[in-house]
Design a protein around this ligand. Structure first.
Ligand code: FAD
Length: 586
């Protein structure tokens, strides 16, 4: 089959905040840059981010990047790399001002400065009073950022391939990654895009769990592409369950609600977070609050007829404040929970929210894999945003640090690609065999005999992940989950489509996504099964303590043989002293 081919200096897969901020650097430097996105760019999940982006601007309360760094290291349960964290927290300040100047309509204080709200895990003076570090555009910060970045890219003439689905990375005859095979969803035709550098910015994979705050498109395609290219995924066991999803549905109720003065109660009307985190209470870090909610429900103190959730109280707040600062939350709550939070509390329960792990990169977005005793950069391949793991979140991410991560590291990957392309100006040519392998992933779905449906296997898979890799994990539960996942992986071969048309065949896209999700799900399950300690979001009742002696190290999962490897945490920051591991209390 001959496949039409296009050439660019850089190919960016993903048009969320990470992809668009990288593209903007490249287009402004007059490079030919292609951005591929399976949905229209402004529908990327970044658009859904509510609460805001962290930067120690000190507009509301005293603050410094060093305190931000401390909170992030502590929040990560000491698994984050301190050089990358220092870098991100310093860069946060110019990054937010750059966004402001690019046109992001932040909410304002009376003196005209950017509005900042309190968020979980934020402190002053290395663990002192609550800080207010999260810069917000009401409760639609991601929307404001994504639209601004898209408009700036249009101005800079970035070339967009909207509604193109990336299938797989391709290599030249020497084995160097030199492009990607993509599928035009509208026509069903494949297209080969070759480029000198490639950035994966495909976002997270919350869809691997049944109850999630994530968009339907968050299926981990880029992470699975990396796995198939032989690249390991790092720290995959650390998946964040956000404490306040709408009960039974999963849609997110931002931590900003608690930052504005909301709090959680159990069926006795008790403000139970006071027992779990005496100082930070409802603004303790997310893993702590999520575990507290599950514990309350398990102890029979849950609300509702089934006793299966707790309540988030906002009705004591001024209605004008809710209307001004939390309009989106109010709307979501009315639609999905049938509750106006200005009048009655919202039923909430933890929801699968954010991937701390991902494709391992250095501080410049370059994909870095173990080689011998050290590491080696994969030439021309970059990753940024939620799909990547520059290791700034470690075992638990703080709210407001992901928008920051995608913007800082997206921008830096863009800058590094400019240099890389200068030094490597020649385009490599795809090896026919590599192209054939990628095409086979597509033609496999043309088989017409009977089999299992995508929907059936997907439902079983997502339930399995929820039941066996959730908030609390024991050896027994996880081992059983791994067995089931292996069976589901085998069953993939039996999955068939009934609709074989080409034009806008979304069933085929869902099938391709399912394959990716199962690969990513296994990486989570296997990594979790191996880590015998409790750290951050990975909570094991059978190993309740954090074990720095044995486990202060990053996990690396390889698809080949479900193999695990480990590498040390970088505890040395760039310019300041390191924060040694301490017990984490809020
Ligand atoms: C409801 C919600 C609220 C949040 N609120 C906050 C917040 O207030 N503060 C904060 O810091 N973080 C927040 N987060 C987290 C944060 O928004 C995300 O981690 C971040 O936006 C991810 O950005 P990204 O650029 O990595 O990916 P995304 O924005 O998810 O974009 C991924 C892109 O990849 C493309 N893509 C994926 N697969 C393919 C494929 N196979 N082919 C082609 N294109 C592909 C998609 O089309 C999309 O353009 C929130 C997350 C959610 C779900």
């Amino acid at each position: 089959m001959t496949v039409p081919t296009r050439h660019f200096d850089a190919l960016i897969i993903g048009a969320g905040g990470a992809g668009l901020n990288a593209a903007l650097q490249l287009a402004n430097a007059e490079l030919r840059v292609a951005v591929v996105s399976k949905v229209f760019p402004t529908r990327s999940h970044t658009v859904a981010a509510q609460g805001g982006v962290n930067a120690a601007l000190a507009n509301v309360m005293p603050d410094s990047w060093h305190w931000h760094m401390f909170d992030t290291v502590k929040g990560s349960d000491y698994l984050g790399d301190q050089d990358a964290i220092e870098f991100m927290c310093r860069e946060a300040i110019p990054t937010v001002y750059e966004l402001e100047h690019a046109g992001v309509p932040f909410s304002r204080l009376a003196d005209g400065k950017i509005y900042q709200r309190a968020f979980g895990g934020q402190s002053q003076n290395f663990g002192g009073e609550q800080a207010a570090r999260t810069c917000a555009a009401a409760d639609r910060t991601g929307h404001a950022i994504l639209h601004t970045l898209y408009q700036q890219n249009i101005r800079a003439r970035t070339h967009f391939f909207d509604e193109f689905f990336a299938l797989d990375l391709v290599r030249d005859a020497e084995g160097v990654i030199c492009g990607a095979l993509v599928l035009e969803i509208e026509s069903g035709q494949p297209l080969l895009i070759e480029a000198k550098a490639i950035l994966l910015a495909t976002g997270g994979w919350g869809q691997v769990f049944r109850t999630t705050s994530n968009a339907h498109i968050n299926t981990g395609d880029g992470a699975a592409m990396a796995l198939r290219a032989g690249i390991p995924l790092m720290d995959m066991e650390f998946f964040q369950f956000h404490p306040t999803g709408i009960a039974g549905k999963g849609m997110l109720i931002s931590e900003g609600t608690r930052g504005e003065g909301g709090y959680l109660i159990n069926k006795d009307g008790e403000r139970f977070m006071e027992r779990y985190a005496p100082r930070a209470k409802d603004l303790a870090s997310r893993d702590v609050v999520a575990r507290a909610i599950v514990t309350e429900v398990k102890a029979g103190r849950g609300c509702g007829a089934q006793g299966d959730h707790v309540l988030l109280k906002l009705d004591h707040l001024d209605e004008a404040l809710i209307a001004q600062r939390l309009p989106g939350i109010r709307e979501l709550s009315k639609i999905f929970a049938g509750v106006d939070p200005a009048v009655a509390p919202i039923p909430v329960f933890p929801t699968a929210h954010y991937a701390m792990g991902g494709i391992p990169t250095d501080r410049f977005g370059r994909v870095a894999v173990p080689a011998g005793r050290g590491e080696e950069i994969v030439a021309g391949l970059y990753a940024a945003g939620e799909c990547a793991c520059a290791s700034v979140h470690g075992a638990n991410r703080l709210g407001g640090n992901s928008l920051l991560d995608i913007l800082v590291f997206g921008r830096l990957a863009g800058k590094d690609i400019i240099e890389f392309v200068k030094e490597n100006p020649y385009q490599r040519t795809t090896d026919p065999l590599s192209l054939e392998l990628a095409l086979a992933r597509l033609t496999r779905w043309d088989r017409q005999d009977a089999g299992i449906s995508v929907a059936t296997l997907r439902a079983e898979f997502r339930k399995c992940m929820e039941d066996h890799a959730g908030v609390f994990r024991t050896e027994e539960v996880m081992a059983e989950g791994y067995q089931k996942l292996c069976e589901l992986r085998e069953q993939l071969a039996e999955v068939r489509l009934t609709d074989h048309s080409k034009v806008f065949n979304t069933a085929r896209i869902e099938a391709l996504e399912l394959v990716n999700m199962i690969d990513v799900g296994l990486s989570i399950a296997v990594s979790a099964l191996h880590r015998r300690e409790s750290r951050g979001a990975h909570s094991r009742p059978d190993y309740p303590a954090r074990d720095d002696q044995a486990w202060l190290k990053h996990s690396l999962y390889y698809r080949d043989g479900d193999r695990m490897d480990y590498k040390p945490v970088r505890t040395k920051p760039l310019t300041v002293e390191s924060f040694p591991p301490k017990e984490r209390v809020y």
